[in-house]
Ligand binder design. Structure first.
Ligand SMILES: Cc1cc2nc3c(=O)[nH]c(=O)nc-3n(C[C@H](O)[C@H](O)[C@H](O)COP(=O)(O)O)c2cc1C
Length: 375
């Protein structure tokens, strides 16, 4: 305990030094840089107001919306700050709406047609940078669960949830944990997006996974540096399209998305198959209960009962998480490490979630189709 307190104290010192220190200090601490203010200046002066305003639909409206199965829940400081008339935009660059994550969430909403839900606390944070850091640090040390203004009361309607957040103190704002504990995402497909300083995603994914252990959290995470958030519309909307959830293609492709689950023991890995002929012929053989074997230091393999038709299939070319077929031996390969391309190695698809479990896979596995109604 003493060690933890000492660590927190040391981190407090680092953070407060960095917040009033040089750019280099801030870079080292992995937090917000003051340059952000200059980049966002024009936007901020246009949008500054005494109230923070979610981009499209607030939580109340989202609750009333009907039809969409996609929820975009996000936390952003700008939606959770006490904004006084004289906010110092230099020391508190991201506090003036639109916040970085708020902007990203708006673009996801635009691309998916889903419903926006802003996670808001009943006691907003100070708009002063140092004070906000101090309170966030205190909450983190206390493992607090800040009270929320509201929860999503029609959660059953959604089977896909985009969850957006900033990195706060090498993790997530504690209100995100309040949200996850009060809004059960079990069984839902969750996609994470994050804006951060130089600290990157840090421990955020682990914290979210622990708070929502039964959610299907995709490894395809969108993250961007705070200074690039305001110019990330194309990137984040491209990411949404890659997931097959763009407003146009999600309807058009709904029938084409083919996901499979790979179960071993208590573990479940989700993969998405591509539209090649090899993937078609594997898909046609499901469900399969089969023995998996180790091969080399980066492969788990099995031999499907019938060989796959590689007639019109892409070659495998990505890193860990690729599902492939090696034609000369007739084996299907889960790669959990990098591999070399090979003219006989065809890609079948990619692991969407659970890639970290691949190296542990052994014994009998069961591979099944995930029906589109369960996605
Ligand atoms: C209280 C607080 C703590 C932060 N801690 C970190 C951190 O540990 N690492 C990091 O890279 N960025 C950190 N940041 C920077 C934010 O992650 C970054 O500016 C993000 O883009 C803010 O998004 P928002 O405008 O939607 O709140 C912190 C910001 C705040 C306000």
């Amino acid at each position: 305990m003493k060690k933890i307190l000492a660590l927190l104290l040391a981190m407090s010192v680092i953070f407060s030094l960095s917040s009033c220190g040089t750019e280099e200090n801030r870079e080292n601490s992995g937090i917000v840089s003051e340059e952000t203010a200059a980049e966002k200046e024009s936007l901020e002066t246009e949008t500054a107001s005494s109230e923070s305003e979610p981009l499209e639909m607030d939580g109340e409206n989202a609750k009333e919306a009907e039809g969409s199965n996609i929820l975009i829940a996000y936390f952003s400081w700008a939606d959770n700050a006490i904004l006084e008339d004289e906010v110092d935009a230099v020391s508190s660059p991201s506090v003036i709406p639109p916040g970085n994550v708020q902007q990203l969430a708006g673009w996801v909403q635009e691309e998916t047609g889903g419903d926006l839900f802003s996670i808001r606390v009943t006691a907003p944070y100070p708009s002063d940078w140092d004070e906000c850091l101090a309170r966030a640090n205190q909450e983190r040390g206390d493992d607090a669960r800040p009270e929320l203004v509201e929860n999503v009361d029609n959660l059953d309607q959604y089977d896909t949830v985009f969850l957006g957040y900033p990195n706060w103190w090498y993790g997530v704002p504690m209100a995100l944990l309040s949200f996850l504990e009060q809004n059960d995402l079990s069984g839902k497909q969750v996609y994470l997006f994050c804006s951060h300083g130089t600290g990157g995603l840090a421990n955020s994914v682990e914290l979210i996974t622990n708070a929502a252990p039964d959610a299907v959290i995709s490894d395809h995470i969108f993250d961007c540096y705070e200074e690039e958030a305001a110019s990330s519309q194309e990137e984040i909307q491209g990411w949404v399209r890659e997931l097959g959830l763009g407003v146009n293609e999600s309807e058009a492709n709904a029938a084409e998305v083919r996901r499979i689950s790979v179960q071993f023991g208590e573990n479940r890995i989700i993969c998405e198959l591509n539209d090649g002929t090899a993937a078609d012929t594997l898909y046609d053989q499901l469900p399969l209960t089969i023995e998996v074997e180790d091969y080399s230091t980066n492969e788990k393999i099995f031999y499907p009962p019938q060989s796959l038709n590689t007639g019109d299939s892409p070659l495998a070319q990505a890193g860990a998480g690729t599902l492939a077929y090696y034609e000369p031996w007739g084996d299907v390969v889960f790669f959990y490490g990098d591999y070399n391309e090979n003219p006989s190695l065809f890609e079948l698809g990619q692991v969407l979630s659970g890639v970290e479990m691949l190296s542990e896979m052994s014994g009998t596995i069961t591979i099944e189709v995930i029906e589109s109604s369960d996605m």
